[in-house]
Design a protein around this ligand. Structure first.
Ligand code: GDP
Length: 229
């Protein structure tokens, strides 16, 4: 039986780029059309620990499963699209309650994807090992969500969870703007989270296990599951 030590979940509305972010990180590439049905997960070794990252479908019909995806999660990545104001609102209105089944001290990241599409996009700070995909010059659109909006959502969610801001990383460190298309900030996002969740286990070795039984979870999935290490 495969066991993962730590569970990380990606949540957000359909089309914000959740699968693309995970693909970019695990496969180092961007695939343009591949709608996620059900959930896919990926396994990653990080400092002798196995982290499972779960990609959830944002579709309404899977909402009943949403809280199941989050069960026992040590971190939740709340994803929106920087060109779509509504996708940020959805996080607050529909997705936040799904995280009630996560661990009580669950970490949160708020991620604005599709940064490459906006008119203020400059790929400064590109730190990816892989070169950006050749730019097929997509028409630029105005940015609808700014980092300050994400930061205020982050602060609000700590309040909603009744978590003390002082016990958590500062909002600025947990709000990312990414591009799954070019790879911008994608490694930084996942690796920041992995460091924090793994450090959390090492710091609290006596904590009840948050082990995820992947075999059982896979059996109960409606459709696609993938596993990459
Ligand atoms: P999901 O439903 O949240 O998993 O979203 P997908 O990963 O399936 O992506 C939805 C659509 O947005 C697809 O057509 C992707 O090619 C596109 N997409 C995802 N991430 C990016 C990005 O960073 N930049 C751009 N330009 N398009 C993206």
């Amino acid at each position: 039986m495969m066991k993962a030590d730590v569970k990380v979940v990606i949540l957000g509305d359909v089309n914000v780029g959740k699968s693309s972010l995970l693909n970019r990180y695990t496969e180092r590439r961007f695939r343009s059309a591949d709608t996620t049905i059900g959930a896919a997960f990926s396994l990653r070794q990080w400092r002798q620990r196995t982290v499972s990252v779960w990609d959830t479908a944002g579709r309404e019909q899977f909402h009943g499963l949403g809280s199941m995806y989050c069960r026992g999660a040590a971190a939740v990545i709340l994803t929106y699209d920087v060109t779509n104001r509504q996708s940020l609102r959805e996080l607050e209105e529909r997705f936040l309650t799904l995280t009630d089944t996560a661990q009580p001290d669950c970490l949160f990241a708020v991620v604005g994807n599709k940064s490459d599409l906006t008119d203020d996009w400059v790929a400064i700070g590109e730190t990816e090992r892989e070169a950006p995909t050749p730019a097929s010059p997509a028409p630029k659109v105005s940015k609808q969500v700014f980092k300050e909006d994400a930061i205020s959502l982050y602060k609000q969610l700590l309040k909603y969870k009744m978590l003390n801001e002082k016990d958590f990383p500062v909002a600025e460190a947990m709000c990312f703007e990414t591009s799954a298309k070019t790879g911008y900030n994608v490694d930084l996002l996942f690796e920041t989270i992995f460091e924090l969740v793994v450090a959390g286990i090492v710091k609290n070795p006596g904590k009840p296990s948050n082990t995820v039984d992947l075999k059982h979870s896979m059996d109960s999935k409606p459709n696609k599951s993938s596993c990459c290490t």
